[in-house]
Design a protein around this ligand. Structure first.
Ligand code: TYD
Ligand code: MG
Length: 455
């Protein structure tokens, strides 16, 4: 009888072991091992090592540089996140929560990449379902082929025959190879399929987009090895209740990481938002208290965002503090600083905080805007019109320069803001900006005066 070959895999990093272990010796994760059947017959285990064409050691100066060829995906925001287009032969991993729009985005790319032959492989939806989606998006590229298949060997055979420029695999968790007997979506299947796709991407110069689902804790389901072998890791994020989506480059071997692309989910697919500030700022008829505008930077892209705060008297002993889209620990820290340095009685106040558009923000340069919104709501007094802020706040109440302050200032000036409050410690390094008044403050206690200006 054929012997069943089993192995244990770490779900976090893909480490393989012959027996179960409580803690992974490779990544240190606890309770991450799962049993998987690799092969029912000995000898059919695939070699996970990708064999690229053999080469000889050579000096750096002797290496001939081929300028990387970049393909136009037909989508300006995607091109920007990829660093100026999709590099031929690159492997891109696109991760995101279910329903966020990964399939929509990749189908849109496949349909808008004019002049490229694209192959959209779906293991999740039928051809009819994809047709309905394509109708909503609008069919552009006639050279886009839809292929519903889950067996890797068939997919690879089609890639070899059709020689497409771009292949989309939707999703890596649904495809499987015959060489391994464990079920689709298991660590060994994902690892093997990704390795095979990598080999084909590199040897046939086909660019491959791999879609990967995300687990609850925010990592791409499947082993970390997936992130190691691909050239680019893109993360598609956003609030399911909101229409805005952010495409973030977490790793990019061919360009700057930390680029972001912003999209709006519309009836006819995803729409590029070239100017995020436009959607993140609301124009009110009359000024309202509790609203401040922060000049933020995400990656290298500056934008202005509206911060809303509500400060009210706490009805119960323990005040409520709720921050949506922002780290609530950081908010508590800012409240403690306000209490101690400005003397505001925050201990008896409920504080609620959120950002326009359901955005999640981690930029410490928004501290000043957050505090400004809180101060405005506390005194129930609207800020002077046309004021925005950019600065980080330290524990002693000092206002520190936010990274890329200059870009934040020019973005604010571009959008017609008349005055921006920044850290005085940044004054020396800054060129004199045009068209906007810059107010320098060194401590948080100077903030109220800068915010409420009698005109
Ligand atoms: P989908 O791409 O299926 O998500 P994922 O592949 O990440 O699971 O996105 C599905 C959502 O997008 C669904 O809730 C409907 C919405 N949607 C639109 O709002 N407009 C559209 O044109 C399309 C195609 C989808
Ligand atoms: Mg999908």
């Amino acid at each position: 009888m054929a012997k069943v070959k089993k192995a244990y895999f770490c779900k976090s990093c893909g480490y393989e072991a012959p027996k179960w272990m409580g803690r992974c010796p490779s990544c240190g994760e606890w309770n991450s091992f799962t049993e998987e059947i690799i092969a029912k017959e000995s000898g059919s285990v695939a070699a996970s090592i990708v064999r690229l064409p053999s080469s000889q050691p050579q000096r750096v100066r002797d290496i001939r540089e081929n300028t990387v060829e970049r393909l136009d995906t037909g989508n300006a925001e995607v091109n920007r996140v990829l660093g100026g287009g999709l590099v031929r032969g690159s492997l891109v991993l696109l991760g995101g929560e279910p329903g966020i729009g990964k399939s929509t985005l990749s189908l849109q790319i496949a349909l808008s990449a004019n002049g490229l032959r694209t192959l959209y492989v779906s293991g999740e939806e039928s051809a009819e379902q994809i047709k309905i989606r394509a109708n909503r998006i609008g069919v552009g590229n006639d050279e886009c082929l839809i292929y519903t298949e889950t067996l890797l060997e068939n997919i690879v055979a089609q890639i070899e025959e059709l020689r497409p420029d771009l292949v989309v695999i939707d999703s890596i968790q649904t495809i499987y190879t015959d060489l391994i007997d464990s079920s689709a979506g298991s660590v060994s299947q994902i690892r093997e399929c990704a390795a095979t796709l990598l080999k084909y991407a590199k040897t046939t110069s086909t660019s491959i987009f791999i879609i990967g689902h995300i687990t609850k804790d925010g990592t791409i389901a499947g082993p970390k090895v997936l992130e190691h072998i691909v050239d680019v890791v893109l993360q598609f994020e956003g609030d399911n209740n909101n229409v805005y989506r952010i495409l973030r480059g977490n790793k990019n071997r061919f360009g700057a990481t930390f680029e972001i692309g912003v999209f709006e989910m519309a009836d006819s697919g995803l729409r590029d938002v070239a100017n995020p500030s436009e959607i993140l700022l609301t124009h009110y008829d009359s000024p309202l208290s509790g609203i401040a505008v922060g000049a933020a930077v995400d990656g290298i892209r500056p934008y202005l965002i509206e911060v809303q705060a509500l400060v009210g008297n706490a009805a119960y002993g323990t005040p409520q503090r709720t921050a949506t889209g922002f780290d609530s620990k950081r908010m508590s820290m800012l409240l403690a600083v306000l209490e101690k340095r400005v003397g505001m009685k925050m201990f008896s106040k409920d504080v609620f905080l959120n950002f326009a558009g359901g955005f999640r923000v981690a930029d410490p340069g928004l501290d000043l805007a957050i505090v400004a919104a809180i101060v405005s709501s506390y005194y129930d007094r609207p800020l002077t019109e046309g004021v925005c802020c950019a600065g980080e706040i330290g524990l002693s109440g000092e206002v520190r320069p936010a990274p890329r302050t200059e870009q934040r200032i020019s973005e604010a000036a571009r959008l017609g803001f008349r005055r921006i409050v920044v850290s005085g410690y940044a004054a020396k390094a800054l060129k004199k900006p045009r068209g906007i008044e810059v107010v320098y403050i060194n401590g948080i206690e100077q903030l109220p005066r800068a915010l409420f200006v009698e005109e």
